[in-house]
Design a protein around this ligand. Structure first.
Ligand code: THU
Length: 136
């Protein structure tokens, strides 16, 4: 897995952020099981709520191309270390159960996590099959 390239791609993607309302730029890059990289940036809207985060842009690009397994994701934003929001953590949980998560300050400075670090005791697809109630 080319970690260096993934980090570089996330940093580059930050420049594509469309953020006229927050002026807060975020870039992300995911590596799939097949070894492909998909990038993403945050994209805002004048109606505010349609805004999508960089992480979900990148993950949904991969999934919509048929790649549902993310093995790594790099994230970088305008704060020193920009961590994924709660919604994005849930989406990483869905498609990157064992992914390495790099929170990137620069090409040389980043922190590494798993989704269990960032979203402990998470709810996931398996929980849906554990319902106690019988079908009515
Ligand atoms: N944002 C992301 O892209 N990723 C995150 O994990 C945190 C928040 C974006 C959404 C919005 O465009 C801006 O940052 C400010 O919240």
């Amino acid at each position: 897995m080319n970690k260096k390239l993934l980090v570089k791609k996330a940093i580059e993607s930050k420049d594509n952020a469309y953020v006229p309302y927050s002026n807060f730029h975020v870039g992300a890059a995911v590596m799939t099981e097949k070894g492909n990289i998909y990038t993403g940036c945050n994209i805002e809207s004048a109606a505010y709520t349609p805004t999508i985060c960089a992480e979900r842009t990148a993950i949904f690009k991969a999934v919509s191309e048929g790649e549902k397994n993310i093995i790594a994701i790099a994230i970088t934003g305008d704060s020193e270390y920009t961590y994924p929001c709660g919604v994005c953590r849930q989406v990483i949980r869905e498609f990157g159960r064992n992914a390495k998560i790099y929170i990137v300050k620069s090409e040389k400075e980043y922190r590494e996590y798993t989704i269990d670090d960032l979203l402990p005791h998470s709810f996931g697809p398996e929980d849906l099959t554990k319902g106690k109630r019988k079908e009515e």
